[in-house]
Design a protein around this ligand. Structure first.
Ligand SMILES: CC(C)(COP(=O)(O)OP(=O)(O)OC[C@H]1O[C@@H](n2cnc3c(N)ncnc32)[C@H](O)[C@@H]1OP(=O)(O)O)[C@@H](O)C(=O)NCCC(=O)NCCS
Length: 136
């Protein structure tokens, strides 16, 4: 498995991989998704095996202190082979930051616990949302 930088050619496979994943519905608009992937400070990585996309991650970093892991997904048939760990390791290396914050899915908790970590209560605030409203 090769970890590469994101480029637009990977966008369609990324969007296909995200179909049906609730936290990734925000990627369904391709131009918006591409803007996120290529934004200043974005560390967007893909995992490729035999020419096929098998995972991706998206993070934002200030390049000095703080990075935030916003998306991480590995194909269901390629999980438990170290792909997510490799994406996180490469993100840490590329980010230049000293910490990587994230909001975890329940499923991913055992993965994050394999790293050095501190558990903190997390919040996601919705821009333009009503107080107390719950959306992905
Ligand atoms: C969570 C996810 C990214 C993990 O990807 P992965 O490539 O399978 O993870 P890795 O193979 O790098 O896992 C490394 C270690 O983390 C732990 N781990 C990962 N997934 C696990 C699971 N489902 N159950 C228990 N432990 C798990 C294990 O210790 C694993 O090592 P091992 O396989 O040698 O036991 C993947 O399951 C996924 O895409 N899930 C759906 C989307 C999601 O929840 N994304 C995270 C959003 S915050």
């Amino acid at each position: 498995v090769e970890i590469r930088n994101y480029s637009r050619e990977y966008l369609d496979p990324i969007i296909r991989m995200c179909e049906g994943i609730s936290f990734a519905t925000s990627l369904s608009d391709p131009d918006r998704a591409d803007r996120a992937m290529t934004a200043p400070g974005a560390v967007a990585l893909v995992a490729v095996e035999d020419g096929e996309l098998v995972g991706f991650s998206h993070s934002i970093t200030d390049g000095a202190l703080q990075a935030y892991l916003s998306m991480l997904l590995v194909s269901p048939d390629r999980q438990r082979r170290g792909i997510a760990s490799a994406l996180i390791e490469k993100t840490m290396e590329r980010s230049g930051a000293i910490r990587l914050d994230l909001v975890s899915s329940e499923e991913a908790e055992p993965l994050y616990r394999t790293f050095s970590f501190r558990r903190l209560p997390g919040y996601r605030l919705h821009v333009g949302g009503d107080p107390g409203e719950v959306v992905d």
